[in-house]
Design a protein around this ligand. Structure first.
Ligand code: NDP
Length: 329
């Protein structure tokens, strides 16, 4: 048995619920690896886990993303070996630690050209941008020149999506909560930006698209943007809801989708897309190509030592962060 520092909560609540415990880490079982983290990614889903919007059995470990060196592999694991550099997005939560035993299925070898910090920052957010832009498609697919609306475009997932959308030839309209964030989204490939803290994003979207609306809305903000987002869509457009940063979307009647132009609605989660080793690797390879090829740069704007995890959560929730955030070890 080896010991590891690990961030855990004993009950759902505010950032003060997170404490650093010392835990015992054993040998990996079948289908598992033991990984020593070099860096850990912070994601908004960690906030949902902490607050209890997404419930966890207690005590609960937090964190869904990390990068490090594989120390040991359990029976049946063939795609990794001790000494491999690796990175992952994975459930159950538990990446906020130095060392852990975890399922190997979604852990991928990290290309030499990608450093640990970048690997830790990009897996959950990058694979999410991948499935949103390439696997969550409107009728007829997405074509060059198509308009899409992406909320919180200056955030972790957002800045990756801006760059990837540009590489795909899409006209991404990005929203963000300040002029500085809008500028950042524009610099990363958003064709148009809207400061939704002071502008009516529906009116601006109609204006930008000549009244037609967008083919897809990617909405991770939830409660605050939901109603107007639906009205931003063109007929047969797709509402891709994927988060609740402002709170969950209230229940709605499917009948409202008809008069709005027979629009489609989907609520996706990354973990359905990376349910198999094959799918994970295929998506990760696409992401690795985009990053090593320079189409997508992973911007790490915040770094906090693991001991400052409470402050990291406070800043993320207070909308003070841009791009990706990592916890350093
Ligand atoms: P971000 O870095 O994007 O941070 C969240 C951003 O949401 C904030 O910076 C803020 O940007 C915006 N926001 C709008 N309203 C609020 C509010 N009331 N409180 C806090 N933030 C608000 O986080 P991530 O990149 O980690 O994740 C982005 C979103 O994608 C999250 O909602 C997350 O849950 C979701 N997600 C979903 C996945 C899935 O598969 N379903 C997988 C990965 C992420 P601004 O100030 O510009 O409005």
């Amino acid at each position: 048995m080896t010991k590891s520092k690990a961030v855990r909560i004993r009950q759902h609540g505010g950032p003060e619920q997170m404490a650093i415990d010392e835990v015992e880490v054993g040998e990996p079982g079948a289908g598992e690896i033991r990984i020593r983290h070099r860096a850990v990614g912070l994601n908004f889903i960690d906030v949902y886990h902490r607050t209890g919007l997404y419930q966890l059995p207690m005590p609960a470990a937090l964190g869904m993303e990390g990068a490090g060196v594989v120390e040991a592999v359990g029976p049946g694991v063939t795609h990794l070996k001790p000494g491999d550099r690796a990175a992952y997005a994975s459930q159950p939560p538990g990446s906020y630690c130095e060392l852990r035993v975890m399922p190997a299925k979604t852990v991928c070898k990290l290309p030499d050209a990608i450093d640990f910090d970048t690997g830790a920052a990009m897996m959950l957010k990058g694979l999410t941008a991948q499935y949103l832009l390439k696997r969550t498609l409107p009728q007829g697919g997405l074509k060059e020149g198509d308009f899409v609306l992406f909320h919180a475009a200056a955030g972790g997932v957002g800045l990756i999506a801006c760059q990837w959308a540009r590489a795909m030839g899409l006209q991404l309209i990005g929203t963000a909560g300040s002029d500085a964030k809008c500028q950042l989204a524009r610099e990363h490939g958003a064709a148009h930006v809207i400061n939704y803290a002071k502008e009516d994003f529906l009116a601006r979207v109609k204006d930008i698209t000549g009244g037609r609306g967008v083919k897809v809305v990617y909405d991770s903000v939830g409660k605050d943007t939901w109603d107007k987002s639906l009205d931003c869509l063109q007929p047969f457009g797709l509402m891709a809801s994927f988060g609740n940063a402002s709170g969950p979307v209230p229940p709605f009647a499917p009948g409202i989708l008809g008069p709005k132009g027979s629009i489609y609605m989907t609520r996706q989660t990354l973990f359905t897309h990376i349910a198999t080793r094959e799918a994970t690797q295929e998506m990760a390879d696409d992401l690795f190509r985009a990053v090593t090829g320079g189409q997508v740069k992973i911007r790490i704007d915040q770094r906090y030592p693991l001991a400052q995890v409470q402050q990291a959560h406070r800043d993320l929730e207070a909308r003070k962060t841009t791009g990706c955030t990592i916890l350093t070890l």
